[in-house]
Design a protein around this ligand. Structure first.
Ligand code: HEM
Length: 479
């Protein structure tokens, strides 16, 4: 087995700050994200503030309202969109002095973009005015992230502590609130903050696995024992992530989530009426990177989950059909998700993936030399099991919040009733009921032939996709 060199032990620890990754908070910034742009950018902030205060409604909801209410909502959103068109065209030069300002600018502009696009009546086309489109494209180009709402905007950079934080302390996971939501509902707050909490708690798992790699490289008895101990600690953190995930039950009303929150996060490729999003003036942006995608925000863009997958060898299982491997001529979904992350996080993950010292390979070597009973082998398999169980919990939550409401809506629609009047029966549900529903959703055969397959906000055929990733995780077990 390879012995460590200073370079190999050094490879991640020293580079953490450079990649915007902290060993205490992971991919979440250590300080609360900026809450407001400097006064010169007040026009963008004011428009966002007014969208939130006006409680703008999704056009798909408005079109189901009675005539009077509908026309009131349409007038309200039309006036708001007019105010967006009347914003001055601001130069972004003044923002370039700090990443915090640029991140806040992206956050504000993409919330404005989604308020704008998702309130346009179905009979009208979606044309984003220059006053919004041009600065959004400029900021996105500067940051090298897509001009659309991403996980970074709604999760990693969308929180503030409930109480002020003493200098140097890390954000307390249970005492946070969102900076911006579309619906001002506690359900939406909980939804975004769940991922923020998981990212924050998960930082310790990353650190443990990183230390386990460093110890495993030494390959001596005592170092391998220490590596196993670090991995076991990582296992208990991943188990905490599962508890956090399941703890969401009862805190988000599935019908509110499915009908009122989730549609706001949809991207340019997911319009219900198939309309393109036209960005006025975007052709004036020089050297615009053509490869950017414009799908909606999804936690599949989570750098934490990707890092755990890389560490535990879930990524890169040589050519087997999976969400990480591309089909001929097509980038895989997971590859595409990388392009929604910041270049710092992308590079961090790419470095991790290309590292010549992969934990799974190191542990595999131990299997050959010492057999399956070696503590590090058992600890590695426990970590894979914990990650698989986290994915099972995720599928329970997806069943509760997406599959269940979608089925109820389809049933009501087929019966000719208004799907929005569904009884919300998914909100309580005991464990047995959840699991039965999950079995029905995920337990059957491959639904790839289902033309009307349910889509995630990231654009996947979600049942098939999530089953695939779970199976891929089980393939990482060592035996
Ligand atoms: C709470 C409500 C949640 C819902 C309704 C939900 C829904 C979904 C859906 C529909 C997908 C399929 C991809 C797509 O968007 O097209 C997905 C994928 C994914 N989600 Fe979630 N999700 C939730 C929470 C989370 C959280 C808190 C995390 C972790 C931070 C997470 C991590 C992932 C990952 C990593 C994927 C990619 C597939 C995988 O690696 O297992 N999700 N999610």
């Amino acid at each position: 087995m390879a012995s460590p060199t200073s370079a190999t032990c050094f490879h991640l620890g020293a580079s953490l700050p450079r990649w915007d990754v902290d060993k205490r908070t992971g991919f979440v910034p250590t300080r609360p994200p900026l809450g407001r742009l400097p006064p010169g950018f007040e026009a963008w902030e004011a428009v966002l503030e007014s969208a939130v205060k006006l409680k703008l409604q999704l056009s798909e909801q408005v079109e189901k309202m009675g005539e009077e209410k509908r026309s009131k909502e349409e007038d309200k959103s039309r006036l708001w969109r007019k105010s967006v068109g009347e914003m001055p065209l601001l130069s972004i030069d003044g923002l370039k002095i700090s990443y915090e300002q640029l991140y806040r600018a992206h956050h504000v502009l993409v919330f404005n973009l989604h308020f704008f696009s998702h309130t346009i009546p179905s009979a009208e086309s979606i044309v984003i005015p220059r006053s919004l489109a041009i600065p959004l494209f400029q900021v996105s180009k500067y940051l090298q992230v897509p001009p659309i709402i991403t996980y970074f905007d709604i999760t990693l950079h969308n929180w503030r502590p409930l109480n002020s934080l003493p200098d140097g302390s890390i954000p307390p996971i249970h005492s946070l609130q969102c900076q911006t939501t579309f619906t001002s509902t506690p359900d939406e707050d909980e939804f975004h903050l769940l991922s923020t909490r998981i990212e924050l708690r998960g930082a310790e798992a990353l650190e443990c696995v990183k230390l386990a790699v460093e110890k495993a490289l030494i390959a001596k008895d005592s170092a391998l024992e220490q590596a196993a101990e670090y991995l076991e600690r990582g296992v208990s953190v991943i188990q905490d992530l599962r508890e956090l995930m399941l703890g969401i039950k009862g805190r988000i009303d599935p019908e509110i989530f499915y009908n009122e929150v989730r549609p706001w996060l949809g991207g340019a490729d997911g319009d219900l009426w198939g309309r393109p999003w036209v960005f006025e003036g975007s052709e004036e942006i020089e050297e615009w990177p053509q490869r950017w995608y414009l799908s909606g925000a999804t936690a599949a863009q989570s750098p934490l989950m990707r890092a755990l997958d890389i560490y535990l060898g879930v990524v890169g299982d040589g050519g087997q059909s999976s969400s990480y491997s591309a089909q001929a001529g097509k980038e895989s979904f997971q590859e595409r998700m990388l392009s929604y992350m910041t270049p710092q996080h992308r590079t961090f993950l790419e470095r991790l993936r290309q590292s010549p010292h992969q934990l799974r390979a190191l542990v595999q070597q131990v299997v050959q030399e010492r057999g399956m009973d070696a503590p590090i082998v058992k600890a590695f398999n426990s970590a894979v099991k914990a990650l698989k169980e986290f994915r099972d919990a995720h599928m329970v939550v997806v069943t509760l919040l997406v599959v269940g409401p979608a089925r109820r809506a389809a049933r009501k629609a087929a019966e000719g009733a208004d799907p929005l009047l569904a009884d919300g029966s998914g909100s309580a549900g005991d464990r047995e009921k959840d699991e039965k529903m999950m079995q029905q959703a995920f337990g059957g055969g491959d639904d790839s032939s289902d033309k009307g397959a349910l889509k995630g906000t990231g654009g996947t055929d979600l049942v098939r996709f999530l089953k695939g990733v779970r199976d891929q995780t089980t393939r990482a077990y060592l035996q």
